[in-house]
Each structure stands twice: as C-alpha cells, then as structure tokens.
Design a protein around this ligand. Sequence first.
Ligand SMILES: *[C@@H]1O[C@H](CO)[C@@H](O)[C@H](O)[C@H]1NC(C)=O
Length: 113
Amino acid sequence: MEFSVLGLLALTGSVAAFNGQVSTWLEAGGEGPGILHIYLTDYDTGSTYEGRDYTGGLGCLPENSFVETSPGGYNWSASVWQTSDGCFNIDFQGAFGAGHEYCCGGLPCDLSG
Ligand SMILES: *[C@@H]1O[C@H](CO)[C@@H](O)[C@H](O)[C@H]1NC(C)=O
C-alpha cells in the first residue's frame, strides 16, 4: 500500500512540470529594438506556444504573454529572464502546474526544473 502511494506521488510530481524545449528568434524591427519571439514546445503534448517581448530582450512580458500556436487556445502568463551565466529562466506561475524552470548552454535547449 505504501509503495503504491509513493509511486503515485512520484508520477504526479513528474507530470506537474513543463517538459519541453525553448528557442527564440529576434525579429529585427527597423529603428526599434525588434521583437523577441520566444517559442516553447511541449514534448508531452506536442503543443506549441509563443511569447513576444517587444523590448527585444528578455524580461518584459505582459499578462497572458504566451499564446498557444497549436490548436487548443491555451493562453498563460510567465516571466522570463536570463542570468549572467547565459541561462534561460522561466517562471510558469502555475501554468502546466509548473514553477521555475531553466536551461543553460544556449538556445534551443530543454527546460528542467
Ligand atoms: C489567446 O490569445 C490569442 C491571441 O491574442 C487570441 O486570439 C485567443 O482568442 C486567446 N484564446 C483564449 C482562449 O483566450
């Protein structure tokens, strides 16, 4: 009995996170800073999402900053930032049941908690 409870907790723990890849594309914007497109692919569901930072950098996203670009229409908010060691960080703020995840070594990369 205790075994199955622990197994269930372990399973729940691994599901309640975002398992996927992040990549970015900087769209040059004439005179302005450009638009940084942030793409996320969910490996578990195959769904894709896009966020845009109109300052051309990371860390200035509005509410409901990510919209689903695959069928489903799931829009959600997150904050993203880059640390001085070049790691990409994202706080899902509860979307996907996930919190802070990050990945290092340049984009695209696979997020982990
Ligand atoms: C998600 O955002 C897109 C783009 O702003 C919008 O067209 C769509 O209606 C939104 N979906 C929901 C469910 O709010």
